[in-house]
Each structure stands twice: as structure tokens, then as C-alpha cells.
Ligand binder design. Structure first.
Ligand code: PLP
Length: 400
């Protein structure tokens, strides 16, 4: 296509950053203001309460950092652990890998349970490892709830049951970056001690806020934790946050955006948000089936409602599909990462999204696959998703 201008919309279907709704964009368009003014807490204090509603802790603390999700990883580990502490982590994708890497760089000794990519955390293996740890040397269990790299959701409630069955006091650390505010997440009910997320996924904001929800049990461990920390020190926030202030200059427009995002989520209703994600994911999966392709997720129990990682047939490169989609159709699809590089492409179906938007991405993926020689039946995926959406008669039926 000639010319630099690309008319029409860019179709953003990477699994984060996601579309920012117009009303959130407008809410962020604010003049700067004094973040130490007496009025400032009127903006900030409700944000902590709002985040508690999205990730469901009744007690404990919420911290909002001007960072991406990775900063929240770092904050939760360094504030609760000391160098040499043992952690147990399942690795089944690029994000669980990066989290382990970050923990090791802070001097933690991570016992890694390797799981096949396309599967998730194994509660059985976790229980076995914890039972064997008679001296309770393992201080924390780290699980990525939704592995964005492979489109796999792990069962966090089952991990909690495994920890309890082993009678083990380890804290449960959960990465909810691509699940919180899109997939059901129950911090208290599942006994999650530290849950983290970033602003650019289910919260429908630009990247720039790293959010951590911390249980009282985890907060109690911060006193003895000696991992080096400065910018992310919970103690600095504890001195200022209760009054609604930050220990440094906050990312003001993002806080206004978060206020609007929480309002959007509450207007739709969290249960409806989760059902909509299930419904959109079901439509995507119907398309994948009609194409005759496989998901990276090995079994329906692992299927993610926020991202589908679609394996390309042998002899083809997923990166070519992504490249074609971007250059020719102005459609951004997610890439295969690390050991999945070239083997798949990903459709992110999270955030502010409806059926027709998603059908655009499915159509574009289908055309791009055909363009690079993958012989999917023309219109097959699109028709399957359309018929699913027509038959299901809306997100309300997604859970049936
Ligand atoms: N964890 C998961 C599951 C993710 O998907 C991502 C990013 O995509 C991260 C952690 C890292 O978050 P960030 O890129 O916001 O630092």
C-alpha cells in the first residue's frame, strides 16, 4: 500500500496493551495539579478501594506504583523476602520464566517445576514439593495465573488447596497481569497473599501503573525482609498512602484513567466482564477449530479467556502471519515468545472489546494466514465465530 498514512483504525489485538476506551482517554486528558494538595486524596483513596473490588481482597493493602507489571513483581518479592530465601515456582511460558529470572536476580533461590508449555501449574507437584519441605524452608509459591505467552490459565484455588493440604505456611504469590479485571480472580477466597497486575490489560489503560494487593500475612513478613529495595519500598508508601499521598510524584493522568476504568468496570459489573471475556474467547476458539488449527493450550481446562495462542502448521512461521497482518491489514497480533517463537501467533481478546471488533481480527488473521500459504478454508473461522456469537445470544450465556 502506497503512502505513509494508514486510513481507518489500527486493529490492536496483542494481549496488552489493550484498547483504551474513549471515555478513559478523555478522563486522562487533565491539566497537572499539586499532588500534595488537600484535594488530592479525593482522587486517590477511592482507587485503593476500587482495586480491592477487582481483585477481591477484603483486607490487606493495595499499592499503586508508577511502573509496569514487572515493577509490581519486583515490589512484592523484595518487600517480603530476603536473599537466599527459597521459592517454589512453576515455569510454563515466557512470563513465568521472566518472573523466576527476576527473583533469582534478587538473590532468591528458586526451585523450578518445569511444566510443558501449553499446560500450567500442577497443584499435585506443588503439594508434593511442599510436603517434602519438612523444615518449611520454602517461603513462597509463585504462580502466573494467566500465562499470556501460551494462553493458559492455571487453577489458583487448586494451588491454595495444595498448599493447605501440605500444611505449609509458604505465601502464595500470583501474577494476575493478564487475568485481573478480565478473568475471575478471588484474592481472599483463594488465599492469595500477593497479587499483582499492570494497567495495560484488563484495566484498559496505557502501561504505567504496577499494582500489588498484599494480604495481612504478607504485610507482616515485610518487617524481616532484607532484599534491597528503595523505589518500591512498601514502607515509604505506608507512610504516605493511608492519607492518599505518594512518596514521589505520581503518574497523575493514569490515576484519573484508573478512576474511570474502575467506573467502567463497575458499570458493566465484574461478573458480566468475566462472562464477556469467556464469550469472546469461545468465539475465537470456534474460529480456531474451524480453521483446523490447534491452540497452544493442550486441554480445555487450560484455555485462557483473555488470549488465544494459535499454533501454525509445521513448515510455516507464525511471525510471517503477524508481519503480513500488520503491514497489509493494519492488524496487530501477538508473537510467539522464546521457545514458541515462530510456532504460533496470538489473538488477545481482553479489555474493551465486542464481537464485531473481534470478528475483524479473526477475518484479518484468516486472510493473513492464507496470504502466507496456510490453507485455511476462506471464511471458515469467521463463519464459525459469527455463528457462535449469534447462537449464544450474548455474553450472558457464555457460562452455560
Ligand atoms: N506477567 C504477565 C502474565 C504478562 O503478560 C506481562 C506482560 O505482558 C508481565 C507479567 C509483565 O508486565 P509488564 O510488561 O507490564 O511489565
Amino acid at each position: 500500500m502506497a503512502g505513509a498514512r494508514r486510513p481507518g483504525r489500527n486493529f490492536l489485538f496483542v494481549p496488552g496493551p489493550t484498547n483504551v476506551p474513549e471515555r478513559i482517554l478523555r478522563a486522562m486528558h487533565v491539566p497537572m495539579e499539586d499532588h500534595r494538595s488537600p484535594d488530592f486524596p479525593k482522587l486517590t483513596l477511592p482507587l485503593y478501594e476500587g482495586m480491592k473490588k477487582s481483585s477481591r481482597p477484603r483486607t490487606g493493602q493495595v499499592f499503586i506504583f508508577p511502573s509496569s507489571g514487572t515493577g509490581a513483581w519486583e515490589a512484592t518479592l523484595t518487600n517480603t523476602r530476603s536473599p537466599g530465601d527459597k521459592m517454589l515456582a512453576s515455569r510454563f511460558g515466557q512470563f513465568s520464566h521472566l518472573w523466576i529470572d527476576l527473583a533469582r536476580r534478587h538473590g532468591l533461590e528458586v526451585i523450578v517445576q518445569e511444566e510443558e508449555w501449553g499446560t500450567g501449574a500442577s497443584p499435585e507437584r506443588i503439594e508434593e514439593a511442599l510436603r517434602a519441605d519438612k523444615n518449611h524452608d520454602i517461603k513462597g509459591v509463585m504462580v502466573v495465573h494467566n500465562e499470556t505467552a501460551t494462553g493458559v490459565t492455571s487453577d489458583i484455588a487448586a494451588v491454595r488447596r495444595a498448599i493447605d493440604a501440605a500444611g505449609h505456611p509458604a505465601l502464595l504469590y500470583v501474577d494476575g497481569v493478564s487475568s485481573i479485571a478480565s478473568i475471575d480472580f478471588r484474592m481472599d477466597e483463594w488465599g492469595v497473599d500477593l497479587a499483582i497486575t499492570g494497567s495495560q490489560k484488563g484495566l484498559m489503560l496505557p502501561a504505567g501503573l504496577g499494582i500489588a494487593c498484599v494480604s495481612e500475612k504478607a504485610m507482616a513478613q515485610t518487617k524481616d525482609a532484607t532484599c534491597r529495595r528503595a523505589y518500591f519500598d512498601f514502607a515509604d508508601h505506608m507512610r504516605t498512602n493511608p492519607g492518599g499521598y505518594f512518596p514521589y510524584t505520581p503518574a497523575l493522568p493514569l490515576l484519573y484513567g484508573l478512576r474511570e476504568s474502575l467506573a467502567v468496570l463497575s458499570e458493566e459489573g465484574l461478573e458480566n466482564v468475566f462472562a464477556r471475556h469467556r464469550y469472546l474467547a469461545n468465539g475465537t476458539r470456534a474460529a480456531v477449530k474451524a480453521w483446523g488449527l490447534e491452540l497452544c493450550a493442550k486441554d480445555p481446562k487450560w484455555y485462557s479467556d483473555t488470549v488465544s495462542a494459535i499454533m501454525v502448521p509445521e513448515g510455516f512461521n507464525g511471525a510471517d502471519v503477524i508481519d503480513r497482518a500488520y503491514r497489509r491489514y493494519n492488524l496487530a497480533l501477538g508473537a510467539g515468545l522464546s521457545q514458541m517463537a515462530g510456532k504460533l501467533f496470538r489473538i488477545g481478546h481482553l479489555g474493551d472489546l465486542n464481537e464485531l471488533m473481534l470478528l475483524g481480527a479473526i477475518a484479518g488473521a484468516e486472510m493473513s494466514m492464507r496470504d502466507v500459504g496456510i490453507e485455511v478454508e476462506p471464511g471458515s473461522g469467521l463463519a464459525a465465530a459469527q455463528e457462535y456469537f449469534r447462537g449464544a445470544q450474548g455474553a450472558g450465556e457464555a457460562r452455560l
